[in-house]
Design a protein around this ligand. Structure first.
Ligand code: HEC
Ligand code: HEC
Length: 450
């Protein structure tokens, strides 16, 4: 009797999680069709180092090719390692089978490397912009039983903002990246070159240009008089700060951080000094999201250090933070063709370059492209030619994924992509149709506690 009951329990149990990364890539897991973490309605602009940095404007940054030591990129295209890293950043399978089902990738919490201010779960006490990664939401074995929801930090300029994690416990970006995948999300250990590629991509993420900032990140004349007064207040030594100023910790020329951990005034635990670049678009503030606005953040700094700032100083500091935290042209255009271009470019990885014959890259790439395009709200039933292009893409990509790298599929995929590009452009061309349909995060759109 006892054995029968035992057998029934075993039969009902879910399949064990894949033991190796290769097994995970091959495991038949399907996206359930509902994005558990919808992207924000306005998608932050994609900003890679060689596109935006004034230092690199004009010439494309030359990085070594992964796998081919000594060779440099031709300068014409995105380096292969960076392209692979960006694909992996969008690939739910990189963070385990559960996230494939829920449709969650790095990009969903850190869209284009910025932050998704709308993400939350019940474990965040429903505070938007804040999330506890070590819960059963994101990994079946990952619940640490501690409720410590943290804001999603921006990854723009991440190469300047070591150490990592809000409490600054992790020294290197590579270690942090591996830790997110293997530690937070309990994914089987990926081959090292995949982590290298993700790191290469993360290192390209740039803060957006800000015309209010000049050399050494001092305000330009474009900033208003109140912001200029705020800048002086920011540099002013204060007794309550032990004779130091805001700028001693948020060092302007170092990206507004000192790369160190401090308890703020009456706080007990030390936290990593965050950059203030892009501040306008990264609410809520502080590691635990306690301040929803810049005004509230300044009031909180004032309270924690017991500074007793005057009302005037507070308004000036707020004006200053808004000026240094501004970003030029922060959102992507609301267009299918533009948004689809990022995932469609991933297909290059299967066409030429160092990864063409790599089965892991092949499989992840094809799945990720389909997944990303699904998120754009394709197919559009009203558009026959787009629907045809989409249907032939999905059928081909699924078959080719199972078959692994081969020259016939390689050619067919290139044709199917060209067809999709054409149909997308046409579908948008006559009059601007509504862009990607994005859900908002509501309690019911999130998974209930498991
Ligand atoms: C479900 C949302 C979510 C997903 C998915 C996610 N992250 Fe994060 N990420 C966070 C949160 C929240 C933090 C802050 C954690 C902390 O400090 O405790 C964070 C922190 C980081 C940091 C450290 C940033 C800093 O300045 O300290 C890096 C780097 C990072 N994530 C990269 C990634 C990569 C790469 C992936 C995909 C492999 C990923 N994240 C997936 C939410 C997410
Ligand atoms: C001793 C170093 C130090 C000083 C001095 C300091 N800060 Fe900070 N600041 C930090 C740290 C560390 C945090 C993160 C605290 C946390 O997450 O709980 C922070 C957080 C902030 C934030 C929130 C940023 C975000 O993205 O969450 C703002 C805004 C800010 N500080 C402004 C100021 C202003 C204005 C002053 C001067 C009145 C100041 N700080 C003085 C270290 C400092």
């Amino acid at each position: 009797m006892l054995t029968i009951v035992f057998a029934a329990v075993v039969a009902a149990a879910p399949p064990p999680p894949p033991k190796s990364f290769e097994a995970l890539v091959d495991a038949p897991v399907h996206f359930e069709g509902r994005w558990m973490i919808p992207l924000p309605k306005k998608l932050p602009r994609r900003a890679l180092r060689y596109q935006t940095s004034p230092l690199n404007r004009g010439e494309v940054l030359k990085l070594p090719w992964v796998h081919q030591p000594g060779k440099t990129d031709s300068g014409q295209r995105m380096p292969w390692g960076v392209l692979l890293g960006e694909m992996l950043f969008h690939a739910p399978r990189m963070i385990g089978a559960l996230n494939v089902r829920m449709g969650v990738s790095c990009h969903h919490c850190h869209p284009n490397g910025a932050t998704n201010p709308e993400v939350f779960t019940e474990h965040s006490y429903m505070v938007p912009g804040r999330i506890d990664l070590s819960t059963s939401y994101f990994s079946e074995q990952g619940d640490d039983g501690i409720l410590d929801a943290h804001v999603v930090p921006t990854l723009r300029g991440i190469r300047y903002t070591a150490p990592y994690q809000v409490d600054g416990r992790v020294a290197s970006l590579r270690e942090q990246t591996r830790r997110v995948i293997v530690g937070e999300f309990n994914t089987p250990e990926p081959p090292p070159y995949l982590i290298d590629a993700l790191v290469m991509f993360l290192e390209q993420l740039d803060p957006l240009p800000n015309p209010n900032l000049g050399p050494n990140n001092l305000l330009t004349d474009r900033a208003g008089a109140d912001a200029k007064r705020g800048e002086r207040a920011f540099f002013e030594p204060r007794a309550k700060l032990g004779g130091r100023s805001c700028a001693s910790c948020h060092i302007p020329e170092d990206g507004f951080t000192d790369g160190r951990r401090h308890p703020l005034g009456s706080q007990r635990e030390p936290y990593d000094t965050p950059t203030l670049l892009g501040l306008l678009n990264t609410p809520p503030y502080f590691h635990d999201a306690r301040a929803p606005t810049i005004e509230a953040a300044v009031a909180e700094v004032d309270r924690l250090f017991g500074l007793k700032l005057s009302a005037k100083e507070i308004t000036d500091l707020v004006a200053y933070l808004k000026a240094i935290g501004a970003e030029e042209d922060p959102w992507e255009p609301d267009s299918w063709a533009v948004r689809a271009e990022v995932p469609l470019t991933f297909l290059d990885l299967t066409q030429e370059g160092p990864y063409v014959d790599d089965p892991i890259v092949w499989k992840l790439t094809l799945e990720t492209i389909t997944f990303e395009l699904t998120g754009l709200g394709l197919p559009n039933e009203r558009d026959e030619s787009l629907k045809r292009a989409w249907d032939s893409w999905t059928a081909l990509a699924e078959g080719a994924r199972a078959r692994g790298p081969n020259p016939d599929d390689r050619q067919r995929l290139a044709k199917a992509r060209a067809e999709l590009r054409r149909a997308l452009k046409e579908a948008e061309a006559p009059k601007a149709k509504p862009g990607p349909s994005q859900g908002t995060v509501t309690r019911s759109s999130l998974p209930s506690g498991r």
